[in-house]
Write a protein of this length. Structure first.
Length: 835
RNA sequence: GCCGGUGUGGUGGAACUGGCAGACGCGCCGGACUCAAAAUCCGGUUGGGGCAACCCAGUGAGAGUUCGAUUCUCUCCACCGGCACCA
């Protein structure tokens, strides 16, 4: 086969893409006699076109998938579309295109882009979350969760994005702003569907420790998000009443310093205790606003259970209803927030903890001899020694927390409790383009789940997108009016749709089935061999922005499906790689910054092999990648050099085979030949190690560049010389193939091999051939390099020592003093300590 | 504020378990080819000193441990990320 003289990816790449697609070479079959490897990249939202972040993400995943395949694994490497979401609906409002049309057109275009990148997906498993075949399972899981009490409806204050006209989950509010559109989020009271993720809070937290293959940073973020804290629930009896205010505190040791109690505005007692409803409304309007602390005195008092003190009850805008009991005790001396509040409303500040240093410095000071007359300038929030705390004075904070908790418990006025920051996951969205929540409301029967036989509840097509007046589903009678599944009477359908994070919480499970499998229906409802085989995902790759959101929801969903008896594992992702952002000119690529690089342009100009190679070479995957147009040219230059070596030596190489080189007979080789052969084996070893060790592709590629540099300078003079060259070229192409599959395939074929490299297996190296014949010994005197010496490998420490001390240059240095010590590091250096 | 991370040439980044700092790429400088340029190829490239062999300094700053520290410990500085009335 002839080879073009110049490397032209525009001719090479389409040829191989066509070859792979026509033979469906990346199709994966379930085969439990083989070792499996499930390699998954986060699927994209079909926004219209892919961006460089996708190129990087998918290039990383493709290298891993191809590498594992060459290592003999049965690799599952699927792709799909996170296809529900607001942009489609906004496009409908703005341009009058139906969200479905807009979405499917985008998918079609983006699929073409992914294929142009030469990614090794099994498209038969493609998942599109907006198709009824997919979202019917969201609905089925929802109904199951309803049965198990894991889905429920309640009225609560929720995060409302005025621009998106919908609620947001806590995880979707970033800095008080909407994660999608950056609008300021407000609090609004609404009836909402929730998934009881808190039921799994403890398990999600403790099994964090099993996530050994995740970046520690992400595990830590999950732990912090779940936010477990130990504390005490204490009862403050309301004066002239039988009722108690239950407060939650982690600082039972400060109970004697309580000077007031605060209720959250939505707390049920707030409305009962406050007489002036206008004032209560005012403070309720300020609920959740971070800027200023505001309070309202109820005129009522309650009794501190530890000392019987009478303390005023306030309503305070900063007290959260959703955490703890919705009521707090306020200790201004030891909590800065309470301190600020006390100063503002002129409430007493009573110090009950003193810093430990005072006591250490002056011996044990009785609590009565407290420091006098120095008012606190700020709250003292650290632990210390209790003072003015009755019989607990003199206790250390840590001990006092235990002892006081026990005291309250014995009195029946409190108990030890555990609290989590994690809240239940609100999934209702007041938008059209999402999974309909499969529930109907009947005047007689109340909330009725849609029976399984009526699933899926399909999104109606006959809707209008005006952008006003809430969800278009509210205006669709064909959707809205139903008969009750229980009594047959008139009923109304739920018009809220599900958060799209529901879709992505289990898509990795759906991939485990061949898209055309007719038995799918029963397989998703009970334990199937496919799920047992493929799950969990061995390697998951995506952006760190989902550290809590998607990754936490997926961990939750996997457990729910486990408890439904569908899946055997609890953790969905064994190993997680969070890739860095793509940066250009010091900022994340974005339209507004005008620093975007268009993948289409890049592929057209340099080819996808070059695009992939650069994004893998410029930085290790977990770090941010600094885009450089010059760097891309460098990658292209490198591939051209590989091409040129092959095209220059094509005919001579085709006449030889390289097989017998590894048997050890290298006596006929020149010095250069031996060197190249050694470098070849060293490179196979190095590239393998770099991929295995945390997927450091950048150093793997640099090793390949070194090998190619040596090949460029090598001039074979005889048959055995060409054998060496051919061996070097073949190994290079095999090693290169996960990174740049098209050019590898083209050159592989050109030198006379059968195409489809992935089936050839990963190359091996010969430890003997990889070994250096001699090494450079570094000679140090007192830790400074003073000389270098070439020595043969395999010498003993004593021999090395003798050689080093006998070196001509050493003699001068050693004249200066007495040798105190000689340290020999095998194969590296000798350090002579002279004093 | 709390938690976590990072800091290495002009630049992106290398450096196994504490053992030659700066691999590889980019840029720059010099050379070859060319009427010339582009492309390509070859050589050089941490800073300072020296004709040179070499010498000195050097991984954000300062200390410490060690024969030896980019790597381990402590303090500080700068930047980045997460959380933030979570009681």
């Amino acid at each position: 086969m002839a080879l073009e003289e110049r490397y032209d990816p525009r001719k090479v790449e389409p040829k191989w893409q066509k070859f792979w697609a026509e033979k469906n070479l990346y199709k994966t079959e379930y085969d439990d006699s083989r070792k499996k490897f499930y390699c998954l990249e986060m699927f994209p939202y079909p926004s219209g076109r892919i961006h460089m972040g996708h190129v990087r993400n998918y290039a990383i995943g493709d290298v891993i998938a191809r590498y594992k395949r060459m290592r003999g694994f049965n690799v599952l490497h699927p792709m799909g579309w996170d296809a529900f979401g607001l942009p489609a609906e906004n496009a409908a409002i703005k341009h009058g295109v139906h969200p479905s049309k807009w979405t499917y057109e985008n998918i079609s275009y983006m699929k073409g882009q992914l294929n142009k990148l030469g990614l090794s997906y099994d498209w038969d498993r493609e998942v599109t979350t907006c198709s009824p075949e997919y979202y019917r399972w969201n609905q089925w899981f929802f109904v199951k969760m309803l049965e198990k009490g894991l889905a429920y409806r309640k009225s609560s204050y929720v995060n409302w994005c005025p621009s998106c006209q919908t609620v947001l989950a806590n995880e979707q509010v970033i800095d008080s702003k909407c994660w999608r559109c950056d609008s300021i989020v407000v609090q609004k009271e609404l009836f909402q569907w929730f998934l009881r993720i808190t039921r799994y809070a403890e398990e999600l937290l403790t099994s964090c420790d099993e996530l050994a293959g995740w970046p520690e940073k992400v595990v830590l973020m999950q732990k912090n998000w779940i936010g477990k804290s130990f504390g005490v629930e204490a009862d403050f009896r309301i004066e002239d009443s039988d009722e108690n205010i239950k407060i939650f505190t982690t600082r039972a040791d400060t109970l004697f310093g309580v000077s007031f109690v605060c209720l959250s505005p939505p707390h049920p007692l707030s409305a009962r205790l406050v007489e002036d409803k206008d004032e209560l409304d005012k403070i309720t309007a300020q609920y959740g606003k971070a800027d200023e602390k505001m309070g309202l005195f109820t005129g009522r008092y309650c009794i501190n259970p530890v000392n019987g003190e009478r303390v005023p009850i306030y309503i305070a805008n900063f007290v959260l209803m959703e955490y703890g009991t919705g009521a707090i005790m306020s200790v201004p001396a030891h909590d800065q927030r309470d301190f600020d509040f006390a100063v503002k409303y002129d409430l007493p500040i009573k110090q009950v903890i003193m810093p430990e240093e005072k006591i250490v410095g002056a011996g044990l000071v009785p609590a009565q001899q407290k420091p006098q007359g120095v008012p606190l300038q700020a709250a003292y929030e650290d632990d210390g020694i209790l003072m003015d705390s009755g019989k607990f004075s003199g206790f250390a904070s840590t001990d006092a927390r235990e002892t006081i908790a026990k005291y309250l418990q014995d009195k029946g006025a409190g108990r030890k409790v555990v609290n989590y920051k994690l809240r239940d996951w609100g999934i209702s969205r007041q938008r059209y383009w999402g999974t309909p929540i499969p529930v109907i409301y009947c005047d007689r029967c109340g909330i009725v789940p849609v029976p399984e036989k009526d699933l899926p509840v399909i999104l109606p097509e006959d809707v209008r997108f005006t952008g006003k007046g809430g969800s278009p589903l509210l205006e669709s009678p064909s959707f809205l009016d139903v008969t009750c599944a229980v009594c047959g009477g008139k009923a109304r359908r739920e018009t809220d749709t599900m958060d799209t994070f529901v879709d992505s919480s289990w898509y990795f499970i759906r991939y485990c089935f061949d898209g055309k499998d007719p038995g799918l229906d029963s397989k998703l409802k009970s334990k199937s061999p496919e799920l047992g085989y493929w799950m969990p995902v061995d390697q998951y790759i995506g952006g760190v922005e989902h550290a809590v959101l998607h990754l936490l929801y997926s961990r939750f969903f996997t457990r729910v499906l486990r408890d439904l008896g569908i899946i055997g594992c609890s953790e969905p992702f064994t190993n997680l790689l969070t890739q860095g952002m793509v940066i250009k000119d010091g900022a994340k690529m974005s339209k507004s910054k005008g620093n975007v690089v268009d993948p289409d342009y890049l592929i057209e100009r340099y080819g996808s092999d070059t695009s992939r190679l650069f994004s893998l070479f410029a930085a290790p995957p977990e770090k941010d990648l600094d885009w450089s147009d010059k760097g891309v040219e460098g990658a292209y230059r490198f591939l051209s050099r590989v091409w040129n070596i092959v095209s220059k030596n094509l005919e001579a190489m085709k006449r030889v085979v390289s097989d017998d080189l590894s048997t050890g007979d290298i006596s006929g080789l020149t010095e250069e030949g031996r060197s190249l052969l050694r470098k070849t084996h060293q490179t196979v070893k190095k590239v393998t190690a770099d991929i295995e060790k945390e997927y450091h592709f950048n150093t793997a590629i640099s090793a390949l560049m070194e090998l190619v540099n040596e090949m460029t300078g090598f001039e074979p003079r005889d048959e055995i010389g060409y054998k060496v060259l051919r061996a070097a070229v073949e190994k290079t192409l095999l090693l290169l193939s996960p990174f740049t599959p098209h050019i590898a395939e083209e050159l592989w074929e050109a030198i006379g091999n059968e195409p489809f490299i992935p089936d050839r297996g990963w190359p091996s190296w010969d430890e003997g051939l990889a070994m250096d014949e001699e090494i450079e010994l570094v000679i140090q005197v007192n830790g400074k390099v003073r000389g270098k010496l070439m020595i043969p490998v395999g010498l003993t420490d004593d021999e090395i020592k003798k050689l080093a001390l006998g070196d001509r240059k050493m003699v001068e240095f050693l004249g200066q003093g007495v040798i105190r010590k000689v340290i020999v590091v095998k194969g590296r250096l000798v350090n002579v300590v002279v004093g």
